[in-house]
Design a protein around this ligand. Structure first.
Ligand code: PLP
Length: 412
C-alpha cells in the first residue's frame, strides 16, 4: 500500500509529498488499510476458534490507531494505566482488555478493576496478592492468568527477548503449578488462564510454537488438579521485514499452525500482536537539510532525529530509506543523520541510497511500531505529528507539538 506511481511514492491513494508539504516534516504517516488488513489476518485465520485479538497498545498507542482497531472489533493488551486510559478514550471495550507487565502499581490495578478489564496476566506472587486485596476492597472477583516463562530462546535482539529463565518476565513454567496452588488461598482471584509472551521481532515462529506446546501441557496438568483453565494467551512477537530482502513470517500461515494445536481443547485463545499489525503500516517522512562530506564519509543531514525514531540508535535496527520522488541520479553511500547533538543520532549508516538533495523528502520505512511511542523531546524538539491515510484522504490524528507544549507543566 506504499507504492510508486510514476516517480512518486504513495500511501494508499495519497502522494506522500502532498502530506509532507501540508503537515511539514518530520511526520509519521500510517496506512489504515494495512493496519486493518493485518488485524483481519489474525482475526480471520483464528476462524471459528473462540478468540480475541488483543492489539498490544505499546507498539503504537495513538487514539486514531486504537479507535480504528476498536471499531474493527479488537481487544487490547495493555502494560500500564495510561494505556488503559487511552483504550477507553479511543472507544475500546475494557471487557476485551488484558493487562500485562511485571510492575503493575496498586493504582493501576485498582483502575483496571474499576474499569472492568477482562483479565490480569500476572508475573509474580506478590502481584497476585495485591490484586486479590484490591479486588476484595471492591467486592469483586478478578480473573487471572499467570504469565509463564517457558524457557525457549526467541533468537531475537537481546533487549526484546523475554522468554528465557534469566529474564525478568513471567514465572518459571516449572514453578507455575505451585503458584496456582497457592493462589487457591486468595479468595478474590479466579485462575482462568495461562499466558506467555517470549519476545518481539521473531522471524522464526518455531519458538512460539514450542512455547505453545509447553503452555498447553501446563494447561492439562492444571486441569488435572481441578483448575478450570479455559483460556490461553500466546502473547505477540511476530516479526516484520525491515530490510528489502527479509522474509517475515506470514500472519495467516502462522496462525493456522497455532490453531491446529488449539482446536478441540475447549480453550479460548488470546493473541497480543503489536509490531506485526502496525510496523509496516507506518513511515517517518523527513526532509534533507544539508549534504556534507568529510574525508571519510558522506552525510545526509535530515530534519528527523533519534528523538523521533530511536530504533536505529537503540537496537541498531535497519530501516529502509527511500525517496518520495525518484530521480535518475545515481545512488550514493551515506550516513543519514539528524540534528541531535549525539554521535549516536543516526537513521542509517553507510547506506546505499538515493542521491537526495537539500529540500528533497525521504521516507523511513517500517516505522509504524515502536516509532512515535518511543519518541521524546530530547534537544527540546517538538514531537512529530501523526497522520492517518484512509483511501484518498488523510487526517492528522496527533498535531505537531509546539514550543508551548515543550514547557507545559513546568515552572521557573
Ligand atoms: C510487547 C508485548 C506484546 C507485543 O509484542 P509485538 O512484538 O509488538 O507483537 C505482546 N504481549 C506482551 C506481554 C508484550 O509485552
Amino acid at each position: 500500500m506504499f507504492h510508486y506511481s510514476n516517480q512518486d511514492l504513495y500511501c494508499e491513494n495519497v502522494p506522500l509529498a502532498d502530506i509532507a508539504r501540508q503537515a511539514g516534516t518530520p511526520a509519521y504517516v500510517y496506512s489504515s488499510a494495512i493496519i486493518l488488513e493485518n488485524y483481519r489476518a489474525y482475526d480471520e485465520a483464528l476462524g471459528a476458534l473462540p478468540h480475541t485479538v488483543c492489539y498490544a497498545v505499546k507498539a503504537n498507542s495513538s487514539l486514531g490507531i486504537l479507535a480504528l482497531l476498536a471499531k474493527a472489533g479488537a481487544g487490547f493488551d495493555i502494560v500500564s494505566g495510561g494505556e488503559l486510559y487511552r483504550v477507553m478514550r479511543a472507544g475500546g471495550d475494557p471487557a476485551k482488555v488484558v493487562f500485562s507487565g511485571v510492575g503493575k502499581t496498586a493504582g493501576e490495578v485498582d483502575y483496571a478493576l474499576e474499569s472492568g478489564i477482562h483479565m490480569f496476566n500476572c508475573e509474580s506472587e506478590p502481584e497476585l496478592a495485591l490484586i486479590d486485596a484490591l479486588a476484595a476492597r471492591r467486592g469483586v472477583k478478578a480473573g487471572f492468568a499467570i504469565r509463564v516463562n517457558p524457557d525457549v530462546d526467541a533468537s531475537t535482539h537481546p533487549y526484546i527477548s523475554t522468554g528465557l529463565r534469566e529474564h525478568k518476565f513471567g514465572i518459571d513454567i516449572a514453578d507455575a503449578e505451585a503458584v496456582y496452588e497457592r493462589a487457591r488461598d486468595l479468595p478474590n482471584l479466579t485462575a482462568e488462564g495461562v499466558s506467555c509472551h517470549i519476545g518481539s521481532q521473531l522471524m522464526d515462529t518455531n519458538p512460539i510454537l514450542e512455547a505453545t506446546e509447553r503452555v498447553l501441557a501446563l494447561v492439562e496438568r492444571l486441569r488435572a488438579k481441578g483448575f478450570a483453565i479455559g483460556q490461553i494467551d500466546l502473547g505477540g512477537g511476530l516479526g516484520v521485514a525491515y530490510q528489502a530482502h527479509e522474509q517475515a513470517p506470514e500472519i495467516r500461515g502462522f496462525v493456522a499452525q497455532v490453531r491446529a494445536r488449539l482446536e478441540g481443547r475447549g480453550l479460548r485463545v488470546t493473541i497480543e500482536p503489536g509490531r506485526s499489525i502496525v510496523g509496516r503500516a507506518g513511515v517517518l517522512l523527513t526532509r534533507v537539510l544539508y549534504r556534507k562530506k568529510s574525508a571519510e564519509k558522506e552525510f545526509v543531514v535530515v530534519d528527523a532525529a533519534m528523538n523521533d525514531l530511536i530504533r536505529p540508535s537503540l537496537y541498531r535496527s535497519h530501516h529502509e530509506i527511500i525517496p518520495l520522488r525518484k530521480t535518475g541520479r545515481p545512488e550514493i553511500v551515506a550516513d543519514v543523520v539528524g540534528p541531535v547533538c549525539e554521535t549516536g543520532d543516526f537513521l542509517a549508516r553507510g547506506r546505499n541510497m538515493a542521491n537526495a538533495a537539500p529540500g528533497d523528502y525521504l521516507a523511513v520505512e517500517t516505522a509504524g511500531a515502536y516509532g512515535f511511542v518511543q519518541s521524546s523531546n530530547y534537544n527540546s524538539r517538538p514531537r512529530a505529528p501523526e497522520i492517518l491515510v484512509e483511501g484518498d484522504t488523510f487526517r492528522t490524528i496527533r498535531a505537531r507539538e509546539t514550543y508551548a507544549d515543550l514547557v507545559r507543566g513546568e515552572v521557573k
